[in-house]
Every structure is written in C-alpha cells, then in structure tokens.
Design a protein around this ligand. Structure first.
Ligand code: ADP
Length: 161
C-alpha cells in the first residue's frame, strides 16, 4: 500500500497546541506526517534548533505516525529529498492567508509537482501563536492551555524568576 505522507514545516519556536491540533487533523487525511523544524533566517528564535526539535519530538511522543526532523535550505529541496509531494500548513486569521498563499505559489513555481495543503485551525487556537506563548511565559502566566507539557516546563525554566 502506498503511504500518504505530508511534510509540516515551521520554526516551532516553540511548538504550541495549535500546531498539535493541525497535525491531529491532518492525520485524518495522511498516513504519516513529518514535522520538519527549520531555522527561519528572518526570525530570531528563542529556542535553538536542537531544543525546538527535542520539544517537538516530546510533544508527539504518543503519535506513532508522526516523525520529527529538521532541515536547512529550501523546503522544496527537502521535500524532494524525502520523496514527498505534499506540504502541510495551518491557517488562522486572514493575515496568514496572504503570507501562506505567496509561499504556496512560490513553492509551486520552484517545484510544480509539490502541492500545499491547508488545514483550518480549531476556533480555540485561532489567536494562538508562538510569540503570544513567549509573552505569557515572560509574565509568568498560565500556559497549560496553550502548549504541551514539555514546552511548558522548558518555558518556565527559561523565564524562571
Ligand atoms: P513559520 O515561522 O514558518 O510560520 P510556525 O512555526 O510559526 O512557522 O508555524 C508553522 C505552521 O503552523 C504555519 O502554517 C502556521 O500558520 C501554523 N500555525 C501556527 N500556529 C497555529 C495555530 N494556532 N493554529 C493553526 N495553525 C497554526
């Protein structure tokens, strides 16, 4: 049987329950999801690539169909290397759409055989992003409804009073 695989790329700085929700939804459509952590040269990340991979791996420890990997360089090159022709992205508010639309079109220009699939976030994670989570952590707020347990612990350590 052919396994349907999708690559879910992102900086995941850190991974949130919004990201986990997208993967859970995508598992209804795909047999396997490769969560691919990357460095975004335009964003300074709080957690190192190694830390982001480790936290993402811990967050999906109970998902046998999820693999966590990391990559450098162009996403389409990584997708080709992995022999995968589907990129998965999550959509929240309208501003995501504009940015994601641009990326999907550019990626299609670079590699016509690769399709980008979008999944809508659940209403409860509509407002959630990694920046909001870091701000809450900085101010020592409640984190359990926003991030997986391992991320909560890592954030508490980073922002220890
Ligand atoms: P990037 O820096 O490449 O945008 P992110 O790590 O921020 O990567 O996000 C990876 C993907 O997850 C993106 O498609 C983003 O839109 C999506 N995403 C982030 N937060 C949420 C959320 N709360 N609900 C749904 N999708 C989300």
């Amino acid at each position: 049987m052919v396994k349907r695989t999708a690559i879910y790329p992102g900086t995941f700085d850190p991974i949130t329950l919004g990201h986990v929700d997208i993967v859970q939804r995508a598992l209804k459509l795909f047999d396997k999801i490769v969560v691919a952590v990357t460095s975004n040269p335009q964003k300074k990340s709080m957690f190192s690539l190694k830390e982001r991979v480790s936290l993402t791996r811990k967050s999906f420890a109970k998902f046998p169909s999820v693999e966590v990997d990391s990559f450098d360089g162009l996403l389409v090159d990584y997708a080709k290397k992995r022999n995968c022709n589907v990129i998965l992205r999550g959509l929240r508010e309208l501003s995501d759409f504009e940015h994601e639309f641009q990326h999907a079109i550019v990626n299609r220009k670079l590699a016509g055989s690769i399709e980008t699939v979008f999944i809508m976030t659940s209403a409860k994670y509509f407002y959630l992003n990694s920046t909001v989570v870091k701000e809450i952590a900085l101010l020592h707020g409640k984190l359990d409804c926003f991030v997986p347990k391992a991320v909560e612990e890592a954030l508490r350590k980073k922002f220890k009073k």
